[in-house]
Write a protein that binds this ligand. Structure first.
Ligand code: ASP
Ligand code: MG
Length: 409
């Protein structure tokens, strides 16, 4: 068999304790024995990153971001060194590195740095010398030689970016779920695991509540067309390949449904209907870094209109403060907020060439007496806001309506 260059990533739960590190180590060695060259990216053990953040907050509720990066980057350094030691114990050659040591170069924005480039010389040299290279995920070095981290869940990004930089044959993400499902299997018992999903579908599902992989990592995969194989580190079952195009000749129109319960709806009532008002509202919110999701403006009635939008729940206080100020300034009638909402979405690339998908989605909800409060669509998705206590039911009936319980991966 021809030797392959594989980048593998093991998530926090896969290296959560000594036993799990030993198990991951056996897995890695079995791949290496097949003649593959391996660069392995690891996350911090279990909840280490959360614990480090807690610790920092006990010392200083407002720690400087530079020092946060100094602190939280250590989690991955621990797991990578331990994994290298476990490999050595089994008589194989391995070497662990921090992101900074291998030249993962980022911009200067601490705790949310972007990767600018990856210097691959050092890794390539060690791979050529026959070593398994272990890289601490989630981190890099800024152009000012400071240690940076890449945002929560950033080890996925480290892995995909490294696979791109090394020109790897494959990028494998080992995690605690078996792959990407048609819906969250904790809610929909007969959700089906997909063998393949496109980058675009994965990005839509992630933006709409599915939490398998870090979104930025999928974006990098898409940009450089690096297929990402997501599978469980706890079983040998086949996982899901995230790729550019589905290999099926004809695909089912809808490939997944998602639910988010962490958004709230804000309505600014009786807004004067004239040019520039929406711009002003959303500019002010953007300035406060509030990320808006859905926006609906009603038809104007007596030169007044209502504008509703959704925001993440943790931004609600900030949003209300900004909205109140705006409402006073523009002479709007008032503000209503509703946290008891859920958003259900159906996603599939096949929607591009198929009509009637939205109608089918709305009819299905109507049939089950689920009222739709807001709607938004993209080329490959339809989302509806419904009452929070009907969210799971809506997800269930849509999953069935689109035949996802019978889909062939
Ligand atoms: N340890 C980091 C986090 O928990 C990075 C990662 O796990 O991917 O966010
Ligand atoms: Mg983690």
């Amino acid at each position: 068999m021809q030797s392959k260059l594989i980048v593998q990533k093991y998530g926090g739960s896969s290296v959560g304790d000594v036993g799990r590190i030993e198990r991951v180590c056996d897995k890695i060695i079995s791949y290496a024995k097949k003649g593959n060259k391996l660069a392995v990216v690891v996350s911090a053990m279990g909840d280490t990153t959360d614990e480090l953040i807690e610790l920092a907050k006990k010392i200083n509720p407002n720690p400087e971001e530079r020092e946060m990066d100094m602190l939280i980057s250590t989690g991955e350094q621990i797991s990578s060194a331990l994994l290298a030691m476990a490999i050595h114990k089994r008589g194989h050659e391995a070497i662990s590195f921090t992101g900074s040591q291998v030249g993962i170069i980022t911009d200067k924005y601490h705790t949310k740095a972007k990767i600018l480039k990856i210097e691959t010389d050092r890794i390539k040299k060690e791979l050529t010398a026959g070593k398994i290279v272990i890289v601490a995920g989630f981190q890099g070095k800024s152009t000012k030689s400071e240690i940076t981290t890449l945002g929560r869940g950033g080890s996925d990004l480290s892995a995909v970016a490294l696979a791109v930089a090394l020109g790897a044959d494959m990028c494998e993400i080992y995690t605690d779920v078996e792959g990407i499902y048609t819906a969250d299997p904790r809610i929909i018992k007969n959700a089906k695991k997909l063998s393949f999903i496109t980058f675009d579908e994965m990005l839509e599902l992630a933006a709409r509540g599915a939490q398998v992989m870090q979104t930025r990592a999928v974006e990098v995969g898409k940009k450089f067309n690096m297929p990402i194989y997501v599978k469980s580190s706890f079983s040998e079952k086949e996982g899901t390949v995230i790729m550019d195009k589905l290999p099926h000749i004809e695909e089912s129109v809808v490939r997944g449904v998602a639910l988010t319960e962490n958004e709230a709806k804000i309505t600014i009532c009786d807004v004067p209907d004239k040019p520039g008002i929406a711009a002003r509202i959303f500019n002010d919110l953007a300035r406060e870094s509030v990320n808006i999701d859905m926006i609906v403006q009603n038809v104007s009635h007596k030169k007044m209109t209502d504008i509703s939008f959704t925001v993440p729940k943790d931004k609600i206080a900030k949003t209300l403060k900004v909205s109140k100020k705006i409402a006073d300034n523009i002479g709007a009638g008032g503000i209503i907020s509703d946290e008891a909402i859920a958003k259900v979405s159906v996603v599939g690339v096949g929607m591009k060439s198929q009509s009637g998908v939205a109608a089918k989605c709305f009819s299905c909800l109507a049939k089950h007496k689920i009222n739709i409060e807001m709607i938004s669509t993209s080329e490959i998705s339809i989302s509806c806001v419904v009452k929070k206590d009907l969210g799971k039911e809506a997800l269930k009936v849509l999953h069935k309506e689109f035949g996802l319980d019978k889909i062939k991966g």
